[in-house]
Write a protein that binds this ligand. Structure first.
Ligand SMILES: Nc1ncnc2c1ncn2[C@@H]1O[C@H](COP(=O)(O)OP(=O)(O)OP(=O)(O)O)[C@@H](O)[C@H]1O
Length: 366
């Protein structure tokens, strides 16, 4: 069991890096606490696998330290780190039985056979593999093979943490849900630190208590699914979390009013003062589609927008609008009429986020 600390960690695959873009991991500090269920979420190429491989010891970082329970492990090879890694494709011995596959990591470290039996039976029970123990691994279905792969990670009692690198990629969609639940159950039972890498926000939020969102080699936010939804720290988190993602309007101030291009925005004084006080030309207001009020008629404090089209998603619709030149999406709940042609929008001040140079800045809404 371990707390994993990443200290001033950076990694580049290039021999002579000259700019931040040359780094797969830009200098970062991060702590995965003992016993936590975490997800590492981000788009393809943001550095997720690089980070996992640095933790497990498959890759040596260009700079910085990896610590397990306060001890620097940079010089330790993967086998000395007691980290189990579960990859996209199951890593099992096809010609061995399920039992022998599960027993392998224990026999490898000369565990007494009676203890091997106890642990294999315990792990098989959790993974619902008890009835399959005598079968040859090669005859199993893809999800059963992946369960064996996970079991091989779980079976050792000295495992510090389990790292899952997109473990459900090859699993049928109906079974993914079941296996995710199973992983959660395993986490609760074994209280082991787990880091689950995925580019799928649903997978991340069903598995993890806390999610690290990665973008361009940086963890831009580490928070609960609710925090990522309600207060995204970075515009990327706003876009990436939610379905559809957050709306952003590039704003300026002019004669005491907030403008999005040529369009005047109806917002309160607190929002105006915060935009006016921002020390950058890159200032955005963000609002989630769920929080835009859509009216069919003009109302006080509302802005006229054009309706482009609407998408009926059964229990709700997404309406695509333009406010001046800015495209926006708003969510219309079941029972509410979807406007056509024109609509009047209100942005409740307390639902607006201010983003300066892409990062969220808190401000007084009054
Ligand atoms: N062995 C390598 N040599 C050179 N560049 C690499 C190597 N592995 C990864 N990269 C680069 O480092 C960056 C991060 O890649 P990484 O595989 O860590 O991202 P990822 O988020 O895991 O992506 P994916 O989900 O596609 O696996 C990318 O720009 C990638 O092209």
């Amino acid at each position: 069991m371990a707390e994993i600390t990443l200290k001033s960690l950076a990694h580049t695959y290039l021999p002579n890096p000259s700019s931040p873009e040359d780094y797969a991991i830009r200098e970062m500090d991060h702590v995965w606490h003992q016993g936590g269920a975490y997800a590492l979420l981000g788009p393809s190429g943001c550095g997720k696998s690089t980070l996992l491989n640095i933790i497990s010891g498959l890759l040596e970082p260009s700079s910085g330290e990896v610590l397990f329970d306060g001890e620097v492990v940079n010089a330790l090879p993967p086998e000395a780190r007691n980290i189990a890694q579960v990859f996209q494709f199951p890593v099992i011995y096809d010609t061995m039985t399920v039992y022998d596959n599960l027993a392998f990591p224990l026999r490898n470290v000369k565990t007494p056979e009676a203890r091997v039996h106890e642990r294999v039976m315990e792990v098989a029970e959790v993974l619902e593999l008890t009835g399959q123990l005598k079968r040859k691994a090669k005859n199993l279905s893809a999800d059963e093979k992946q369960k064996v792969s996970m079991g091989r990670g779980l079976v050792r009692e000295d495992v510090s943490a389990i790292l899952f690198d997109e473990p459900l990629t090859v699993i049928d969609p109906q079974l993914k849900w079941k296996l995710r639940r199973k992983l959660k159950e395993i986490h609760q039972r074994f209280e082991i630190t787990m880091v689950y890498v995925t580019h799928d926000q649903l997978e991340a939020s069903t598995f993890a208590d806390k999610i690290a969102v990665m973008y361009e080699g940086q963890v831009v936010q580490f928070g609960t699914p609710r925090e990522l939804f309600e207060t995204p720290n970075h515009t990327f988190v706003g876009y990436f979390i939610g379905s559809p993602g957050m709306n952003f309007l590039t704003v300026t101030t002019h004669q005491g009013r907030v403008m999005a291009g040529e369009t005047l925005l109806e917002v309160g004084k607190g929002v105006h003062d915060a935009v006016a006080g921002a020390r950058s030309d890159n200032v955005k207001l963000g609002i989630r589609p769920e929080f835009i009020e859509v009216h069919e008629q003009p109302v006080v404090g509302a802005m006229e927008a054009r309706v482009q089209h609407a998408q009926d998603l059964g229990t709700y619709s997404i309406v695509y609008l333009t406010l001046g030149g800015t495209p926006l999406k708003a969510r219309i709940e079941e029972g509410q009429t979807t406007p056509s042609g024109r609509a009047w929008l209100r942005f409740p001040d307390d639902r607006l986020g201010l983003y300066v140079d892409e990062f969220r800045v808190e401000f007084d809404h009054e």
